[in-house]
Design a protein around this ligand. Structure first.
Ligand code: ARG
Ligand code: GLU
Length: 714
């Protein structure tokens, strides 16, 4: 029987160790390099990452908000000796927006600095370089024992982490950050150098940089020219410095060379960057909760909101302008999670995980020491997860209902700051700033319609136990209670709102809090924190069970190579250029061309506007040296690398480590890869570097930038 289990395990492992799955750690690549070479890579592990500055990873950057420097929101790479950096258009859009005005509408028209003096600085983003990464698990776990309470354990760990971080930061002047890996079983230190003066050099018009908009988002075939170029500036000694006119272009010790040749299906591809979050090792019941409870809440509420907003946008041009980017951010998560729950169901992930859990149970029971250690784990975890799930569902429903009402959300933010310890002056400034942003893009009629719809959905679906008091009697009530509150609130009248908060003193607080909407929001906020507190307590317990469950998986399936879940640290992924088959009888090719852009344009859809100049270049087939053998111009390609949010802007490399493209999305059928990678349908979408070069050269006429880059000849 034991032999049978072992051989069955063998089969299961063979099935589960799929090439291409995984986001690997740069300093542990020795374990992957054999497989990578077999797939076509010509480099050594040291060429990819080493402490030596000449390795490829030293030319890869993470994009950060300067006030949150360890949370990389996108990736990018250095492509010239003078610090040019390339990333996605959607990663740099907030900077473009910041510099745009009615007179200089860079969003619509694009922007190209024709010399360094024209590059636009003073931005609130920076880039960081990973200088070193190492395993510090032993130091972090010093003083931790298995018999400690979870609370004590976390205290010891956090204190050890702070000590390590300050020791390294103090001695190197670099920023040190310790992150947890393998569900809190291991801890690695990353040492970063962060540059704070990053200037906008060039960006295409949004009709190119976001071609296809939300219609094509998460979808293949894709034709989006999703890139933007920045330049890093440093002080006269080439060190990081805050934005200043004195700064000079950063002299990069290493930058990527560009392979502008035509690519082919089957070519090796490697990606590097900062993937944000994945949860690949959850138990079946957590997947079931995601597929059947959490994702549907978001998908249903947002789907209906988007329909309402789009109808209003079609009816009223002013609403169209105000809500374009709001609807885009609602739609991005909506579409992704819809793809995720469908993918999980289609690939029967719950059943597969259950089967693995059955095998684990058998493995545990077969041995007394294992039984001692893990005997009750699955049962205990299941029970605690049920508690957590109840709270998480209730919290998510409030998030996706009341905090998706624009006015209630604003009201809640105002309440929080009014109750904070900030001075009256700080409160006035902050709130007036929020009001300005809010009314610039606000339409009461749209917000009312969305709020009323969401509220009705909530009353129909929420567990009465967690429903805020004043709504309890309203269960089953049709008519939209909060809609009325919105109309009556002082926030419904911008003049009144500005007057109230410009003159705010502690004395006005009572008056404000008596506003019907503020009263109602107080109740929502209270209901929310009544859920959040016990949820967080339960989350600590489930996190601890997950730590043990991860340990169990690594011990039970000891032959499998486990990669740690994404956590915004530096990773390497690899695969090939490849098409895929989303459904029966449908097969996708891995390249799209400019001809496809022109075809889509004929469909007369708002998202498919093509600038005249691009049409002319296409008509004239004026693609310069960037065209393919059949005289087409590639726009995007598909590959089989494992990626997630945060990988946007990640450089895609060929087998020799030259830049061939930029990652910017995944295919819809495969967005489940955040929970379970499935080689059949999980693909990432890249912009081909040839399109980038063509665009800079032929469309933007910014040849000086191409001259700065190094394009490999042969
Ligand atoms: N889906 C990609 C990501 O998650 C691209 C988003 C920006 N593009 C868009 N059409 N909304 O970030
Ligand atoms: N667009 C995503 C980003 O901004 C990448 C897509 C994904 O989630 O894979 O990082």
């Amino acid at each position: 029987m034991k032999r049978l289990i072992t051989s069955f395990l063998g089969i299961l492992l063979a099935l589960s160790v799929r090439a291409n799955e995984g986001m690997w750690l740069p300093f542990l690549l020795e374990n992957n390099i054999g497989e990578m070479s077999e797939m076509g890579l010509h480099l050594s592990a040291d060429d990819i990452y080493s402490i030596n500055q000449q390795c490829l990873s030293s030319a890869v950057v993470g994009f950060v908000d300067l006030d949150r420097p360890y949370s990389h929101f996108c990736s990018g790479s250095v492509i010239s000796a003078l610090g040019l950096v390339i990333t996605n258009h959607h990663c740099g859009l907030s900077v473009v927006q910041q510099h745009s005005s009615l007179e200089n509408d860079y969003i619509t028209n694009g922007f190209w600095a024709m010399n360094q003096a024209e590059e636009l600085g003073g931005n609130d983003i920076g880039v960081c370089f990973l200088r070193r990464m190492e395993d510090v698990t032993a130091q972090v776990l010093e003083g931790v024992s298995d018999t400690m309470t979870i609370k004590r354990r976390n205290e010891v760990i956090n204190s050890n982490i702070s000590q390590i971080e300050s020791r390294v930061s103090d001695s190197t002047g670099l920023k040190a950050h310790v992150d947890a890996f393998y569900c809190n079983n291991e801890y690695y230190l990353s040492v970063y150098e962060i540059f704070e003066d990053v200037r906008l050099v060039g960006t295409p018009p949004i009709s190119v940089g976001k071609f296809g908009g939300d219609t094509d988002n998460w979808v293949w075939p894709r034709h989006t020219g999703d890139f933007t170029i920045f330049r890093i500036y440093a002080d006269s000694l080439n060190r990081p410095a805050k934005y200043s006119a004195e700064n000079v272009p950063y002299r990069a010790s290493n930058y990527l060379k560009i392979n502008a040749k035509e690519k082919h299906e089957g070519d090796f591809v490697m990606l590097m960057g900062y993937p944000g979050t994945t949860n690949e090792y959850l138990p079946s019941f957590a997947i079931a909760a995601t597929q059947d409870v959490y994702d549907p809440i978001v998908v249903s509420g947002r789907g209906k909101s988007i329909d309402i907003i789009k109808e209003r946008m079609r009816a009223d041009k002013a609403v169209m302008i105000k809500y374009t980017s709001k609807v885009a951010s609602l739609a991005n998560a909506w579409k992704k999670l819809d793809g995720e729950r469908r993918g999980l169901a289609a690939k029967r992930v719950i059943e597969k995980k259950r089967e693995r859990e059955r095998l684990m149970s058998e493995w545990i029971t077969a041995d007394a020491a294992r039984t001692e250690k893990y005997g009750t784990l699955l049962d205990d975890y299941t029970k605690e997860y049920a508690v957590y799930q109840k709270y998480r569902r209730a919290k998510l429903q409030i998030d996706e209902t009341f905090y998706k009402s624009e006015m209630i959300n604003l009201c809640s933010d105002i309440r929080t700051i009014l109750q904070s310890g900030s001075s009256d002056e700080e409160k006035r400034t902050k709130i007036v700033g929020w009001l300005r942003d809010f009314y610039a893009d606000y339409d009461l009629k749209t917000d009312l319609a969305v709020t009323q719809m969401l509220e009705l959905e909530y009353l129909e679906n929420a567990d009465t136990l967690y429903v805020p008091n004043s709504l309890r009697g309203a269960v089953g009530f049709i008519g939209g209670l909060t809609g009325k509150l919105l109309q009556k609130s002082l926030l419904a009248d911008s003049t009144k709102a500005f007057a109230t908060f410009r003159n705010y003193t502690q004395k006005s607080r009572k008056k404000i809090e008596n506003d019907p909407l503020f009263k109602f929001t107080a109740e929502i906020d209270a209901a929310y924190s009544n859920i959040k507190t016990p949820m967080q307590k339960s989350l600590k317990k489930t996190d601890d069970f997950q730590r043990l469950f991860m340990q169990l998986q690594r011990e039970c399936f000891a032959d499998k190579r486990f990669f740690p879940d994404a956590n915004s640290t530096f990773r390497v992924a690899y695969g090939q250029i490849s098409g895929y088959r989303p459904t029966d009888a449908v097969s996708y090719a891995p390249f799209t061309t400019l001809g496809g852009v022109i075809e889509k344009c004929d469909l007369d859809v708002y998202d498919y506007t093509v600038p005249d100049r691009l049409k002319q270049l296409s008509e004239a087939r004026d693609f310069g040296p960037y065209c393919n053998a059949d005289s087409s111009l590639t726009v995007c390609f598909l590959s089989t690398c494992h990626t997630t949010g945060g990988n946007s802007g990640s450089p895609a490399f060929d087998a020799d480590g030259n830049l061939i493209g930029l990652n910017f999305d995944r295919v819809w059928e495969g967005t489940m890869s955040d929970l379970q990678f499935d080689a059949d349908i999980c693909c990432n979408i890249c912009l081909d570097i040839r399109f980038v070069l063509f665009f800079i050269d032929k469309y933007a006429g910014a040849r000086h930038l191409i001259d700065e880059m190094e394009i490999v000849k042969d």
